[in-house]
Design a protein around this ligand. Structure first.
Ligand SMILES: *Cc1c(COP(=O)(O)O)cnc(C)c1O
Length: 383
C-alpha cells in the first residue's frame, strides 16, 4: 500500500451548514454580531478568560497587544528566538526593539533565567510562546514579571485547550498573561481559515482594547448606549473578523471535544510507536513536565543534527509522508541581521536544526500513523 500523507488537513466541522444558514438568515455579515458574541461567550465561560475579542488573525491580536502596551521607540520586548515572526513584527511595527532570550535545553520554550538576564531599564514586556501547547513554567515566570513590573503577553497560538497544572488543578493557558493571543489559522487545532483572538485578563486594558478593535472609535460603547455619538478617539484598525468567519469558528468550537480527543490520541500513538527508537538512543521524544497538560497540537521528535534532519525529512518525503522542521531562529534572520550583530543562542539553534514535526490532523488514520512510524524506523534501522 502506498500512502500520500500531507502535513496538515484543516478540520471540516460536521454541522457547518446550520451556522451558515443562520448567518444568511440574519443577513449581517460584517463583524461583532451574534456569532462573534457566541464565540466570546464560549471562551469566557469555558476558560474563565476575563474578556475576549475575536481578531482576523493571531498576528493582528499581537499588534493590538503592542498598541495596548503603548510601545514607543526604544522600548525593549523580550521574546523567544525560536518563534514565529508575528510577535517580533507586532512590536517592531510600533518602533519597539525585540530582544531574544534562548530556549530551554530540553524543550523549545523560552528559558526564564535567560529572560531575567536580558531585562534592562527599557524592558516593557515579555512575550512567551507555549510551544506545541506545552506550558511554560508559569509560576517561575510570573515571579519574574511581577518582580520587574513587566507586562506579560502569552502568545498562545499553539495552546488552545492546553493547561498548566498548579496545585493539582488545570489552569487553562491564556489565563496567565495580562494579555494573551490565540490563532485559528487552518494549521491550528481549532480553525476558521484565518482568524485569531485577543484575551484581556488585566481589566485595565479592556476599554481601550474595544476601541482599538473598532478602528479607534468608541462604536462599541455607542451601541451599548454609553455615549450618544461615536467618533475617533484613539489609534486602531479593523481588527474584527466578519460574522461568516465567526460562524465557521463557532461550528468548530461546538465540535471541540471531538477534535481535541482525537488529536491527543494521535499524539499518544506516535509517542508509543517511537519509544523503541528513543530507547535505542536514536531520537529524542518530547519530555512532558508534571505541570504540562498538552492539547495534541504538534508532535515532534529531535534528531542529532541538521544533516540528519534533512535526511530523515527526505526519506519520509520519498515515502509519501510530508513532515516538517519548524522555526528558523529569528536572531539569525535576514531582517534582524540588517540592524543587529550576529549572536549565538545555542538551544534555539538546536531546535531549529534538530526538530521534526509529524503530520497531525483529525482525519489521520491509525494505519497512516503506523505507516509513518514504520517509515521512521526504516530510516534509522535500515539505512
Ligand atoms: C500560527 C502562529 C502565529 C500566527 O498566527 P496567525 O493567526 O496566522 O496570525 C503566531 N504565533 C505563533 C507561535 C504561531 O504558531
Amino acid at each position: 500500500m502506498t500512502y500520500s500523507i500531507p502535513f496538515n488537513k484543516p478540520y471540516i466541522p460536521q454541522e457547518k451548514y446550520n451556522v451558515f444558514e443562520e448567518v444568511f438568515k440574519i443577513g449581517k455579515f460584517s463583524g461583532n454580531g451574534k456569532f462573534t458574541t457566541l464565540c466570546h461567550e464560549f471562551f469566557e465561560k469555558k476558560y474563565s478568560f476575563n474578556k475576549c475579542l475575536l481578531t482576523t488573525s493571531c498576528s493582528d491580536a499581537l499588534e493590538m497587544c503592542a498598541i495596548l502596551a503603548d510601545i514607543k521607540s526604544g522600548d525593549e520586548i523580550i521574546i523567544p528566538s525560536f518563534n514565529f515572526v508575528s510577535s517580533a513584527n507586532a512590536f517592531e511595527l510600533r518602533g519597539g526593539k525585540v530582544v531574544f532570550a534562548d530556549t530551554n535545553t530540553d524543550d523549545p520554550n523560552i528559558n526564564i533565567d535567560e529572560i531575567e538576564k536580558k531585562i534592562t531599564s527599557k524592558t516593557k514586556a515579555v512575550v512567551i510562546v507555549h510551544y506545541a501547547g506545552m506550558s511554560c513554567d508559569m509560576k517561575k515566570l510570573k515571579k519574574i514579571t511581577k518582580k520587574y513590573n513587566l507586562l506579560l503577553i502569552e502568545d498562545a497560538a499553539h495552546a488552545i485547550d492546553s493547561f498548566y497544572i498548579e496545585n493539582r488543578k488545570k489552569v487553562p493557558l491564556g489565563r496567565f498573561g495580562d494579555l494573551a493571543t490565540f490563532s485559528f489559522h487552518e494549521t491550528k487545532n481549532i480553525n476558521s481559515g484565518e482568524g485569531g483572538m485577543l484575551v484581556i485578563n488585566n481589566k485595565n486594558f479592556i476599554k481601550r482594547a474595544e476601541i482599538i478593535w473598532e478602528k479607534g472609535t468608541n462604536r462599541k460603547a455607542f451601541f451599548r448606549g454609553e455615549v450618544n455619538k461615536y467618533e475617533w478617539v484613539d489609534i486602531g484598525s479593523s481588527f474584527l473578523p466578519s460574522e461568516i468567519t465567526a460562524a465557521f469558528l463557532y461550528s468548530n468550537l461546538l465540535e471541540m471535544d471531538l477534535i481535541q480527543n482525537k488529536r491527543i490520541k494521535i499524539f499518544n500513538k506516535y509517542y508509543e510507536g517511537l519509544r523503541d527508537l528513543e530507547r535505542m538512543g536514536m531520537i529524542v521524544l518530547p519530555k512532558l513536565k508534571d505541570y504540562q497538560f498538552v492539547n495534541g497540537h504538534i508532535f515532534y521528535f529531535l534528531t542529532k543534527s541538521k544533516n540528519e534532519t534533512t535526511k530523515i525529512l527526505d526519506f519520509l518525503k520519498s515515502n509519501g509522508v510530508d513532515a516538517a522542521f519548524h522555526y528558523q531562529c529569528l536572531h539569525s534572520s535576514q531582517y534582524y541581521l540588517k540592524n543587529n550583530k550576529k549572536e549565538s543562542l545555542i538551544n534555539s539553534e538546536k531546535f531549529s536544526d534538530q526538530l521534526i514535526r509529524l503530520p497531525l490532523y483529525f482525519d489521520l488514520s491509525e494505519n497512516e500513523i503506523n505507516y509513518i512510524v514504520k517509515v521512521i524506523e526504516d530510516a534509522y534501522l535500515k539505512n
